[in-house]
Design a protein around this ligand. Sequence first.
Ligand code: SF4
Length: 236
Amino acid sequence: MKKNDQKNKQESCCQGKKAAGAVMKLLKETYPQAHCALVHRNALQLLVATILSAQCTDKRVNMVTPELFRRFPTAAALAAADPAELEQLIRSTGFFRNKAKNIGLAARRIVDQFGGEVPETMTELLTLAGVARKTANVVLYNAFGKNEGVVVDTHVGRTARRLGLSGERVPVKVERDLMALFPRQDWGMLSHYLIELGRDKCRAIKPRCGECALRPLCPYGQRGQSSESDRPETLS
Ligand code: SF4
């Protein structure tokens, strides 16, 4: 990294732990209702729903999963599913061929290697097809109550940068910054709060800083939106 790049990064980033604590307090007060928006009854359903949520809204995923889970209620049923039927059921979530393939492969591995139960460790989850840290973090926190990392989707990345919590654009690096700033017990809820903030006020285009409760603590809101690009960000 060049010297100037490093200087710019240091200027745009980052809040210290004290400021992060104040951000967390305000997020808690502002979005007490924040929760996992993917409807699920168990870890397998959440795993499948999270795989489906790539490049797709949670709302769309929730429209597709009731019939999918009714038709294939277990990992064994998913592993034995006719790929064409699976593809048809999830078609509207986009990238359906790839998602169907990953769901089938992940279900097969869950049956063969984990006795039909979704594993509860990061290392094991990362061996499943279609599962990277984001999906594993979603499952570990929301299905098993484990804080192993921070879910970084497009909302979390954008809000974290604007709030000065990270200067990174790569999700794994944003996650590393957030894990360093916030205590472990807050990691799971932090992503729910930031997603809620991103959907409510801190939108990719034209964030509503004037109506945002976080503005007093937000470098981007204070500066008048001069550092983080307003260009649309893709869902992830
Ligand atoms: S003040 Fe603006 S940039 Fe900062 S969190 Fe709120 S909406 Fe986002």
